[in-house]
Design a protein around this ligand. Structure first.
Ligand SMILES: [Cu+2]
Length: 432
């Protein structure tokens, strides 16, 4: 299981944990090399060529090439040349492991893979041992981290969007733009050239109430045409369905288009580009469209005692394997308190199925595609989420700890230098 094998010495190692000093020294050696690698990517030219050569050299050890399998990346040459930077973001691990020189002071029994794996986890869960009341446990990983945790350094999408105004007839008006953006998949690799609604990936989370009249004004600031589809909505006027050449003409650079409908049914839904979509959705034109049930007693907080909710929008194209526009260790951990009930709205905007696996807990699956399962609700610890699907899962946080939470297609989560991509954790803090 990834976390355990990554943060502890392998069985062949000396039973004593390596000293902090030895690990820090080895880490700083690797970090310097990591910095040089990033600098090389940013500089392009000769360095870029040598990085490309390194990546080619690394290929035989890598059983699955995320770059090759990612839909948009493989089709990229016409619309988005596959730059070394983009490749590095898709498989951030490949070039680091290709460096040949031995790492000085590698703890006994460790490989460079082990050390790189630990660095990734430190970037993700540094500074956690204090809040968990676990000082002394895996201090190299959960202990004081000289760097801030990754998620404080990268931009976050999925920010709540308030209506710009509410008309006299109750219509909620939302204004959105469609923009070219540079998006950091993590804090180390160069940002990728992406698209965003309101300059973020995922686009802003839009939340309305069942039966609300909504009007969504989109202004296209891209250099290409687009169209927006509200995935899961059942409205009367099909011309609001957002499929260029089927229900409307695409709207081009500098143009605007307004979608207007009554929000129904309730549930977890999405909005995304439906034009040149392999490319546009793969570059970040995706977002959550959540319709709360009209009756308050039907909402998750009242009905199931949900205390916190999280949206997980997956993608597996331009930015590699991502949750909410970031790959591990820049994914955001779910942080809860013992006793919390956490709702996760899984939304797959990618091109392949991802089986989400919770360590330590079964999820209570209460809705699919916005439709409540009722007596057909079920529990599982691994939930396959197909492209286009939304599943609502509730976790009873009854035991403190740092619980790994990841897609269980292993090449989506672990590479030659540790975990990447669709990995996060459920962190449950003890009382107080
Ligand atoms: Cu996956």
């Amino acid at each position: 299981v990834p976390v355990e094998t990554t943060v502890t010495p392998p069985p062949s190692a000396s039973p004593a944990e390596p000293t902090d000093d030895a690990v820090d020294e080895a880490i700083s050696s690797l970090s310097r090399r990591g910095f040089l690698r990033v600098a090389g990517l940013a500089g392009g030219g000769l360095m870029a060529a040598s990085v490309a050569a390194c990546q080619a050299a690394a290929a035989p050890a890598w059983s699955f090439g995320p770059v090759a399998t990612a839909g948009a990346a493989s089709q990229a040459p016409t619309t988005a040349p596959a730059t070394p930077g983009a490749s590095a973001s898709v498989a951030p691990s490949a070039s680091a492991s290709a460096s040949a020189s031995p790492v000085p002071n590698l703890p006994k029994g460790w490989s460079e893979h082990d050390l790189n794996g630990q660095i990734k986890v430190r970037r993700f869960v540094g500074n956690l041992s204090g809040p968990l009341g676990m000082a002394g446990f895996l201090d190299n990983v959960l202990g004081p981290n000289k760097d801030d945790p990754e998620f404080t350094k990268v931009k976050q999408g999925n920010q709540p969007l308030e209506p710009t105004k509410v008309e006299a007839d109750g219509t909620k008006v939302f204004d959105l733009t469609v923009d070219d953006i540079e998006w950091p998949i993590d804090a180390v690799n160069p940002p990728v050239k992406a698209f965003g609604y309101n300059k973020m990936w995922p686009g802003p989370a839009i939340r309305v109430i069942e039966g609300d009249k909504v009007r969504l004004n989109f202004t296209n600031n891209l250099k290409e045409a687009t169209g927006v589809h509200f995935h899961g909505m059942e409205f009367t006027d099909f011309k609001m369905d957002g499929v260029p050449f089927v229900t409307q003409l695409p709207f081009g650079p500098g143009e605007a288009f307004t979608y207007e409908f009554t929000a129904t049914p309730a549930g977890s839904h999405m909005y995304h580009s439906h034009h040149n979509a392999t490319d546009q959705v793969g570059k970040g034109l995706l977002g959550a469209f959540i319709v709360e049930p009209k009756k308050e007693s039907d909402r998750y907080a009242k009905k199931y005692g949900v205390t916190q909710e999280v949206v997980f929008i997956h993608n597996d194209a331009l930015g590699g394997f991502t949750i909410n526009g970031h790959g591990f260790p820049a994914t955001t951990p779910i942080v809860a308190k013992k006793g919390d009930k956490v709702l996760i709205r899984f939304m797959n905007e990618g091109t392949m199925m991802h089986p989400w696996h919770t360590h330590g807990f079964r999820m209570n699956i209460v809705a699919r595609d916005g439709a409540e399962l009722g007596s057909a609700a079920f529990k599982c610890d691994t939930l396959g989420v197909n492209p286009g699907e939304r599943w609502d899962a509730i976790i009873d946080c009854d035991r403190p700890g740092v619980w790994a939470f990841h897609c269980h297609i292993l090449p989506h989560v672990e590479g030659p230098d540790g975990m990447f991509g669709m990995v996060t954790a459920l962190v449950i803090l003890p009382p107080g």
